[in-house]
Design a protein around this ligand. Structure first.
Ligand code: SF4
Length: 137
């Protein structure tokens, strides 16, 4: 199976703070599969970068700047690339404003979580991809 995975889960230092979310359990799960790393944010933003959160249909950084257009471009390019590669499944990092599948932060930068999806997860589902939150594996 060809599986696309949030690059930070694979140990790539592409998180907003320059770190990663490496998961050894996920690494074990992925053994024997073809793995494609993907990070829509690092296609269009530097790392490290300001934190971002979804606020309704917009994406705002911690300084109050609206970065929706830039992130939309990163999402568009990432979805296009995964379509070209023909992946069977996409496994995404939890609670990210881009990759979250079940929950996201509420846009107030105060740590409050709400049900919802990141913009990348939403675009993937709309495009017909099979998507899973890493915590649901
Ligand atoms: S956009 Fe997704 S892959 Fe990139 S750092 Fe955030 S959670 Fe990880």
């Amino acid at each position: 199976m060809k599986i696309a995975v949030s690059a930070c889960l694979l140990g790539q230092n592409c998180k907003y703070n320059g770190g990663n979310n490496f998961s050894s359990a996920l690494a074990a799960y992925l053994k024997g599969h073809e793995v494609v790393p993907v990070c829509p944010e690092c296609l269009v933003f530097p790392t490290p970068r300001p934190r971002i959160e979804r606020r309704g249909d917009r994406v705002i950084n911690e300084f109050g700047e609206d970065v929706t257009e830039a992130l939309t471009e990163g999402v568009r390019r990432s979805v296009f690339a995964l379509k070209e590669l023909g992946v069977d499944l996409v496994i995404l990092q939890s609670r990210s404003p881009s990759c979250g599948v079940n929950q996201i932060y509420d846009g107030t930068f105060s740590g409050v979580k709400i049900p919802g999806k990141g913009v990348f997860a939403e675009a993937l589902i709309k495009s017909g991809f099979s998507v899973k939150d890493v915590e649901d594996l």
